[in-house]
Ligand binder design. Sequence first.
Ligand code: BTN
Length: 240
Amino acid sequence: MKLLKFDTIDSTNTFGKMHFSELEDKTAICADEQTCGRGRFERVWVSKKCENIYLSIILKPQNTLHIANFTQYLCVVAAKELETYKVTPQIKWPNDVLVNNKKICGILCESVLKNNKIQGVVLGIGINLNTDYETIKNIDRPATSLNFEIGAAVNKNEFLNNLLEKFFEGYDEFVEKGFPCIKKDYLKYENFLEKQIFICQKDGDEKIPYFSKYIDDKGNLVVSDNNNEEKIIYSGDLIL
Ligand code: BTN
Protein backbone atom coordinates (compact mmCIF):
# COMPACT_ATOMS: atom_id res chain seq x y z
CA MET A 1 0.00 0.00 0.00
CA LYS A 2 1.24 3.46 -0.93
CA LEU A 3 0.06 6.64 0.80
CA LEU A 4 0.07 9.98 -1.05
CA LYS A 5 -0.43 13.01 1.17
CA PHE A 6 -1.60 16.47 0.12
CA ASP A 7 -2.08 19.66 2.11
CA THR A 8 -4.82 21.00 -0.14
CA ILE A 9 -6.55 19.31 -3.04
CA ASP A 10 -9.85 19.84 -4.86
CA SER A 11 -11.04 16.33 -4.01
CA THR A 12 -9.08 13.15 -3.34
CA ASN A 13 -11.68 11.25 -5.38
CA THR A 14 -11.34 13.62 -8.35
CA PHE A 15 -7.54 13.28 -8.17
CA GLY A 16 -7.86 9.50 -8.00
CA LYS A 17 -10.08 9.40 -11.05
CA MET A 18 -7.90 11.79 -13.06
CA HIS A 19 -4.71 9.86 -12.35
CA PHE A 20 -6.26 6.41 -12.14
CA SER A 21 -4.17 4.79 -14.88
CA GLU A 22 -0.85 5.99 -13.40
CA LEU A 23 -1.70 5.08 -9.83
CA GLU A 24 -0.90 1.64 -8.48
CA ASP A 25 -3.55 -0.67 -7.09
CA LYS A 26 -4.05 -0.01 -3.33
CA THR A 27 -2.73 3.54 -3.43
CA ALA A 28 -4.29 5.71 -0.72
CA ILE A 29 -4.61 9.45 -1.26
CA CYS A 30 -5.30 11.72 1.67
CA ALA A 31 -5.47 15.46 2.10
CA ASP A 32 -5.62 17.91 5.01
CA GLU A 33 -8.36 19.86 3.25
CA GLN A 34 -10.45 19.66 0.10
CA THR A 35 -11.65 22.73 -1.78
CA CYS A 36 -14.27 20.75 -3.68
CA GLY A 37 -15.14 17.76 -1.48
CA ARG A 38 -17.93 15.74 -3.03
CA GLY A 39 -20.58 13.49 -1.53
CA ARG A 40 -23.20 11.13 -2.92
CA PHE A 41 -26.00 12.64 -4.99
CA GLU A 42 -23.72 15.53 -5.97
CA ARG A 43 -23.79 16.92 -2.46
CA VAL A 44 -20.95 18.95 -1.05
CA TRP A 45 -18.74 17.26 1.55
CA VAL A 46 -17.53 19.96 3.95
CA SER A 47 -13.76 19.47 4.02
CA LYS A 48 -12.09 22.12 6.15
CA LYS A 49 -8.53 21.89 7.42
CA CYS A 50 -9.27 20.57 10.90
CA GLU A 51 -7.60 17.17 11.25
CA ASN A 52 -10.48 15.28 9.66
CA ILE A 53 -10.00 12.35 7.31
CA TYR A 54 -10.39 12.95 3.58
CA LEU A 55 -9.19 9.77 1.95
CA SER A 56 -9.54 7.90 -1.33
CA ILE A 57 -8.23 4.44 -2.10
CA ILE A 58 -7.44 3.27 -5.63
CA LEU A 59 -8.58 -0.31 -6.09
CA LYS A 60 -8.01 -2.42 -9.18
CA PRO A 61 -9.07 -5.94 -8.21
CA GLN A 62 -8.82 -8.81 -10.72
CA ASN A 63 -12.18 -10.05 -9.54
CA THR A 64 -14.69 -7.23 -9.98
CA LEU A 65 -17.73 -9.27 -8.91
CA HIS A 66 -18.06 -7.65 -5.49
CA ILE A 67 -17.06 -4.08 -6.33
CA ALA A 68 -20.59 -2.82 -5.66
CA ASN A 69 -20.16 -3.86 -2.02
CA PHE A 70 -16.83 -2.14 -1.39
CA THR A 71 -18.64 0.81 0.23
CA GLN A 72 -20.31 -1.56 2.69
CA TYR A 73 -16.97 -3.20 3.44
CA LEU A 74 -15.39 0.19 4.14
CA CYS A 75 -18.25 1.37 6.33
CA VAL A 76 -17.91 -1.73 8.52
CA VAL A 77 -14.16 -1.07 8.81
CA ALA A 78 -14.84 2.57 9.76
CA ALA A 79 -17.49 1.54 12.31
CA LYS A 80 -15.03 -0.91 13.88
CA GLU A 81 -12.35 1.75 14.15
CA LEU A 82 -14.82 4.28 15.62
CA GLU A 83 -15.89 1.70 18.18
CA THR A 84 -12.35 1.61 19.60
CA TYR A 85 -13.06 5.20 20.80
CA LYS A 86 -15.91 3.88 22.96
CA VAL A 87 -18.70 5.32 20.87
CA THR A 88 -21.57 3.29 19.42
CA PRO A 89 -21.49 3.50 15.63
CA GLN A 90 -24.57 2.69 13.57
CA ILE A 91 -24.76 1.93 9.87
CA LYS A 92 -27.56 3.39 7.79
CA TRP A 93 -27.96 1.51 4.51
CA PRO A 94 -26.06 1.43 2.33
CA ASN A 95 -22.97 2.99 3.86
CA ASP A 96 -23.45 5.98 6.14
CA VAL A 97 -21.92 5.70 9.58
CA LEU A 98 -23.74 7.54 12.35
CA VAL A 99 -23.09 8.12 16.03
CA ASN A 100 -26.01 9.16 18.21
CA ASN A 101 -28.15 9.29 15.05
CA LYS A 102 -25.90 11.89 13.44
CA LYS A 103 -23.68 11.29 10.45
CA ILE A 104 -19.99 11.08 11.25
CA CYS A 105 -18.69 9.38 8.11
CA GLY A 106 -19.66 9.25 4.45
CA ILE A 107 -18.41 7.09 1.58
CA LEU A 108 -18.33 7.83 -2.13
CA CYS A 109 -17.30 5.05 -4.50
CA GLU A 110 -16.72 5.93 -8.14
CA SER A 111 -16.09 3.35 -10.85
CA VAL A 112 -13.56 3.91 -13.57
CA LEU A 113 -14.45 2.50 -16.99
CA LYS A 114 -12.41 2.07 -20.16
CA ASN A 115 -14.15 0.96 -23.36
CA ASN A 116 -17.13 0.07 -21.20
CA LYS A 117 -15.02 -2.26 -19.09
CA ILE A 118 -14.57 -1.63 -15.40
CA GLN A 119 -10.95 -0.86 -14.50
CA GLY A 120 -11.54 -0.46 -10.78
CA VAL A 121 -12.84 2.09 -8.31
CA VAL A 122 -11.87 5.15 -6.38
CA LEU A 123 -13.23 4.50 -2.91
CA GLY A 124 -13.47 7.76 -0.96
CA ILE A 125 -14.26 8.29 2.68
CA GLY A 126 -14.68 11.39 4.82
CA ILE A 127 -14.67 11.06 8.60
CA ASN A 128 -15.34 13.93 10.97
CA LEU A 129 -12.72 13.57 13.65
CA ASN A 130 -12.08 17.12 14.84
CA THR A 131 -14.62 19.44 13.21
CA ASP A 132 -15.38 22.69 15.04
CA TYR A 133 -18.85 23.21 16.46
CA GLU A 134 -19.77 26.09 14.11
CA THR A 135 -19.04 23.97 11.04
CA ILE A 136 -20.96 20.95 12.29
CA LYS A 137 -23.93 23.13 13.19
CA ASN A 138 -24.05 24.57 9.67
CA ILE A 139 -24.18 21.23 7.86
CA ASP A 140 -27.65 20.92 6.36
CA ARG A 141 -28.43 17.54 7.94
CA PRO A 142 -27.71 16.03 11.36
CA ALA A 143 -23.93 15.61 11.63
CA THR A 144 -21.40 15.02 14.34
CA SER A 145 -17.68 14.71 14.84
CA LEU A 146 -15.73 12.25 16.98
CA ASN A 147 -14.16 14.98 19.14
CA PHE A 148 -17.63 15.99 20.39
CA GLU A 149 -18.70 12.44 21.01
CA ILE A 150 -15.68 11.64 23.19
CA GLY A 151 -15.01 15.12 24.54
CA ALA A 152 -11.39 15.20 23.35
CA ALA A 153 -9.31 15.86 20.25
CA VAL A 154 -8.60 12.83 18.09
CA ASN A 155 -5.19 11.90 16.74
CA LYS A 156 -5.80 11.84 12.99
CA ASN A 157 -2.66 9.93 11.96
CA GLU A 158 -3.34 7.19 14.46
CA PHE A 159 -6.96 6.88 13.24
CA LEU A 160 -5.90 6.89 9.59
CA ASN A 161 -3.17 4.27 10.03
CA ASN A 162 -5.48 1.95 11.96
CA LEU A 163 -8.25 2.43 9.40
CA LEU A 164 -5.97 1.55 6.48
CA GLU A 165 -4.51 -1.40 8.35
CA LYS A 166 -7.97 -2.79 9.16
CA PHE A 167 -9.11 -2.15 5.56
CA PHE A 168 -6.28 -4.09 3.93
CA GLU A 169 -6.34 -6.86 6.54
CA GLY A 170 -9.61 -8.23 5.19
CA TYR A 171 -9.62 -6.74 1.70
CA ASP A 172 -8.31 -9.70 -0.34
CA GLU A 173 -10.79 -12.07 1.24
CA PHE A 174 -13.60 -9.59 0.62
CA VAL A 175 -12.63 -9.27 -3.06
CA GLU A 176 -13.10 -13.03 -3.44
CA LYS A 177 -16.11 -13.68 -1.20
CA GLY A 178 -18.01 -10.39 -1.07
CA PHE A 179 -20.78 -9.32 1.29
CA PRO A 180 -21.23 -12.62 3.21
CA CYS A 181 -17.77 -11.98 4.79
CA ILE A 182 -19.08 -8.89 6.56
CA LYS A 183 -22.80 -9.57 6.83
CA LYS A 184 -22.68 -10.41 10.53
CA ASP A 185 -20.77 -7.20 11.38
CA TYR A 186 -22.90 -5.10 9.07
CA LEU A 187 -26.04 -6.37 10.82
CA LYS A 188 -24.51 -5.76 14.23
CA TYR A 189 -24.29 -2.04 13.40
CA GLU A 190 -27.47 -1.57 11.33
CA ASN A 191 -30.06 0.92 12.54
CA PHE A 192 -32.65 0.71 9.76
CA LEU A 193 -34.19 -2.77 9.70
CA GLU A 194 -37.75 -3.68 10.69
CA LYS A 195 -38.81 -0.08 10.48
CA GLN A 196 -40.95 2.24 8.46
CA ILE A 197 -38.46 3.99 6.17
CA PHE A 198 -38.38 6.08 3.00
CA ILE A 199 -36.22 5.56 -0.08
CA CYS A 200 -35.46 8.17 -2.68
CA GLN A 201 -33.19 7.87 -5.69
CA LYS A 202 -31.72 11.35 -5.50
CA ASP A 203 -32.23 14.65 -3.66
CA GLY A 204 -35.56 16.19 -4.55
CA ASP A 205 -37.03 12.90 -5.81
CA GLU A 206 -40.17 11.39 -4.38
CA LYS A 207 -39.61 9.69 -1.01
CA ILE A 208 -41.27 6.30 -1.24
CA PRO A 209 -42.41 4.68 2.02
CA TYR A 210 -41.51 1.04 2.71
CA PHE A 211 -41.10 -1.36 5.57
CA SER A 212 -37.46 -2.49 5.73
CA LYS A 213 -37.29 -6.28 6.15
CA TYR A 214 -33.78 -7.63 5.76
CA ILE A 215 -30.46 -7.44 3.94
CA ASP A 216 -29.86 -10.20 1.41
CA ASP A 217 -26.53 -11.95 0.79
CA LYS A 218 -25.62 -9.39 -1.84
CA GLY A 219 -26.01 -6.46 0.55
CA ASN A 220 -29.26 -5.31 -1.05
CA LEU A 221 -32.12 -4.03 1.06
CA VAL A 222 -35.32 -6.06 0.93
CA VAL A 223 -38.44 -4.10 1.75
CA SER A 224 -42.19 -4.47 1.50
CA ASP A 225 -44.32 -1.78 -0.05
CA ASN A 226 -47.80 -0.54 0.89
CA ASN A 227 -49.38 -3.54 -0.86
CA ASN A 228 -47.21 -5.88 1.17
CA GLU A 229 -45.22 -6.82 -1.91
CA GLU A 230 -41.55 -7.55 -1.51
CA LYS A 231 -39.08 -5.44 -3.40
CA ILE A 232 -35.29 -5.38 -3.61
CA ILE A 233 -33.64 -1.98 -3.34
CA TYR A 234 -30.28 -1.91 -5.09
CA SER A 235 -29.38 1.74 -4.62
CA GLY A 236 -30.64 5.03 -3.29
CA ASP A 237 -30.83 7.06 -0.12
CA LEU A 238 -32.58 5.70 2.95
CA ILE A 239 -34.42 8.16 5.16
CA LEU A 240 -35.30 7.06 8.67
C1 BTN B 1 -21.44 11.03 1.29
O1 BTN B 1 -21.82 10.62 2.39
O2 BTN B 1 -22.19 11.73 0.60
C2 BTN B 1 -20.08 10.68 0.79
C3 BTN B 1 -19.01 11.61 1.28
C4 BTN B 1 -17.63 11.24 0.78
C5 BTN B 1 -16.58 12.25 1.15
C6 BTN B 1 -15.20 11.79 0.82
S1 BTN B 1 -13.96 12.84 1.49
C7 BTN B 1 -12.73 12.06 0.55
C8 BTN B 1 -13.33 11.78 -0.81
N1 BTN B 1 -13.17 12.93 -1.68
C9 BTN B 1 -14.33 13.49 -1.99
O3 BTN B 1 -14.48 14.50 -2.68
N2 BTN B 1 -15.33 12.81 -1.43
C10 BTN B 1 -14.86 11.67 -0.66
